[in-house]
Write a protein that binds this ligand. Sequence first.
Ligand code: C6P
Length: 404
Amino acid sequence: MLDINAIRADFPILNQAVNGKPLVYFDNAATSQKPQVVIDAIAEYYKQINSNIHRGVHALSQMATDAYETSRQKIQQHINAKHSHEVLFTTGTTHGINLVANGFSAFIKQGDEVMVSAMEHHSNIVPWQMLCERVGAKLVVIPMDDKGELILEEYERLLSGKTRIVAVNHISNSLGTINPIKYIITKAHEHGAAVFIDGAQAAPHLKPDVQALDCDFYAFSGHKACGPTGSGVLYGKEEWLNKLPPYQGGGEMIKEVRFEKSTYADLPHKFEAGTPNIEGGIVLGTAIDYLNAAGLNHIMAYEQELLQYGTQKLLEIEGLKIIGTAARKAPVISFNVGDIHPYDIGAIVDKMGIAVRTGHHCTQPVMDFFNVPGTVRASFSFYNTKEEIDALAEAVKKAQRMLS
Ligand code: C6P
């Protein structure tokens, strides 16, 4: 069980008024808030060990390097990667996807296929589209149904010997759907295709086990999981990372540089050119410690309670329609009220101190599928409460009265 009051006390930003009302932060799918330990760890890094890593013989550089590599090991354990060099530090999910999609040019040719799903974030569409355009491959889309669940029979029908990689999200950011990724991975492998999992929305809620999943790549962003902005992780199976060409050239990713030819460093450094976000990488480890101390199983259970409560509460509002009604969902509720534009609801509830996201949520194809201009999205975290959901429901009713 979580002690929600104690947890809320860990997040100083929650304890404030916005527009004269107590802040209700329901934009967690965009970015999470940070606990005091994370805020402190950032300051401690700059106060005590700030230095460039893997470069200096001096004590501070050693300390910063040790802290950075310790964090990498922590993340390795957290996601159950076989080796710590399979954990690459990135600036976030988008970086991880681009790194793989770019390198995949080496393994894909004209006429081959890249598969994404109908519910991907633009980050997990555009880099693959760019790859397809570069090499003359085809982008194939796994369709979904009206609940926002992938149609698995169609997926299996679309898989073929031409499929080189399947890129799907673990959890949809605009619908909340938790996808059956183990099944998706197994089926792709039966056809010899690699699998990339966009774990941006999963990392705040669950502990992915990359070996049990047997995915080839798994990416997530630190900022959605209580960590600093600009921190992130790309997991890749060792054999893939060895085969994949480097994404960026620069310092630290080389073995030897000659004008005739340069050779590349071993993993993970081959993919970590230039000075990285050192503080971000270190403090992401602190954030993961925090989530594990609370217990991701407890977090998930409590968030499911919030999801159920919120769904029921919002559905009591006449004319409110939830977009995304999959059987397995993360605590994300996307909705519209009658014909009212989602932006108008967002602006009014903001005046009541409630932060929600409105618009297409970087998933335009999802909005097109459901034939809506956008949605209001309330995304919950383990520091939210049922009372806050009551406040949202009241605010939406008020917005409805004002706008209709
Ligand atoms: N979704 C949202 O409000 P970055 O920006 O690299 O940290 O994450 C990109 C990304 C990739 N995949 C999924 C499923 C995501 O949800 C996101 C980010 C935020 O829904 C910001 S658009």
